[in-house]
Design a protein around this ligand. Structure first.
Ligand code: HEC
Length: 311
């Protein structure tokens, strides 16, 4: 066994030497090899310069212009961000109410269908009646005409505007973006949306805000096309929660967090199952490995040198 491995390493060393010799013969002259060293040092210098430039540039962007990039939102202790926590479903229900009564006048929620709310914030019967309050175009029917019918749970949330041009025209040129993935689309996510909704204030001295725009330090540039929309007591919650501005902002942010990631609860449950199972299986396989190897690991190897024969 030992002799065999010594031989095979020796063979490997010989093979390496042959390869090196071949490589040198292709690089025939000494100048060739000195060129490659020069190339290498050039490449290394370029690499160092690139890393340096990237570090310098990224350091620059840290203290970049706050007015241009927006005030960084504080980090809020959202319950649903904890590893073992689900969404607060009562908050999703309240948040839906805020979306429907306030935001839906300007913002679409294209990726959410009525049925998505079933079992999350509303019962099936509630969702059916909510969907039926809207008319959807369907068809064509037997004679080829499109017709209007009441909504079904399989329909997607209705849009406030027929197209982007109409949306811009209704908002002094600013396009209210779709809110389905807003939490994922913005740096800071839920913290940003909450800060944006609660961050409206008078512009500080010396800051000019154009007619039709509003000052909000969290919005990049500081001037946002959306006016402050949440005011204390704007909606009346059915569960009796006082509808303060921050409460509504929190609820609608949780609703939008759910809309951006409806699978979160399921994902965490799955993760917990997977981790539990893997811990058990790891324990079992460690035990099994030790069990199987026990005989080999505890064996005693004796070497009895042959006694030299006396002549
Ligand atoms: C009167 C119409 C109107 C209402 C109501 C409204 N918004 Fe807006 N919203 C806008 C417009 C217009 C913009 C685009 C602003 C811009 O780009 O300057 C916008 C932009 C946004 C943005 C994106 C900001 C960004 O970083 O680009 C978010 C988030 C948002 N609104 C959330 C909400 C929420 C949540 C509600 C409900 C509580 C709401 N809006 C209600 C008109 C509205």
């Amino acid at each position: 066994m030992l002799r065999f491995s010594v031989r095979s390493t020796r063979q490997a060393v010989q093979r390496l030497a042959v390869q090196q010799a071949r490589h040198q013969s292709t690089n025939s002259t000494a100048a060739g090899s000195s060129m490659s060293i020069k190339n290498m040092s050039l490449t290394a210098a370029a690499g160092v310069a690139t890393v340096g430039a990237i570090t310098y540039l990224s350091m620059e962007s840290v203290d970049a212009n706050m007015a241009a990039d927006g005030l960084h939102p504080p980090v809020y202790p959202w319950d649903h961000k904890k590893n073992l926590a689900t969404f607060d479903h009562a908050a999703i229900r309240r948040g839906y109410q805020v979306y429907k009564e306030v935001c839906a006048a300007c913002h679409s929620l294209d990726r959410i269908a009525w049925r998505n709310l079933i079992g999350v914030s509303h019962t099936e019967a509630e969702v059916k009646t909510m969907a039926e309050e809207f008319e959807y175009q369907d068809g064509p029917n037997d004679v080829g005409d499109m017709f209007q019918r009441p909504g079904k749970p399989s329909d997607y949330m209705p849009r406030p505007y027929a197209n982007d041009e109409q949306a811009r025209a209704g908002n002094a040129g600013a396009l209210p973006p779709d809110l389905s993935l807003m939490i994922k689309a913005r740096h800071g996510g839920a913290d940003y949306v909450f800060s944006l909704l609660t961050g409206y204030q008078d512009p500080p001295a010396g800051v000019e805000i154009r007619e039709g725009l509003n000052f909000n330090p969290y919005f990049p540039g500081g001037a946002i096309g959306m006016a402050r929309v949440l005011y204390d007591g704007l909606v009346e919650y059915e569960d009796g929660t006082p509808a303060t501005t921050s409460q509504m902002a929190k609820d609608v942010t949780i609703f939008l967090s759910w809309a951006a990631e409806p699978e979160m609860d399921e994902r965490k449950k799955m993760g917990m199952k997977a981790v539990t199972l893997l811990v058990i299986l790891t324990g079992l396989s460690v035990y099994l490995k030790r069990h199987k190897w026990a005989a080999l690991k505890t064996r005693k190897i004796l070497y009895n040198p042959p006694t030299p024969k006396k002549h």
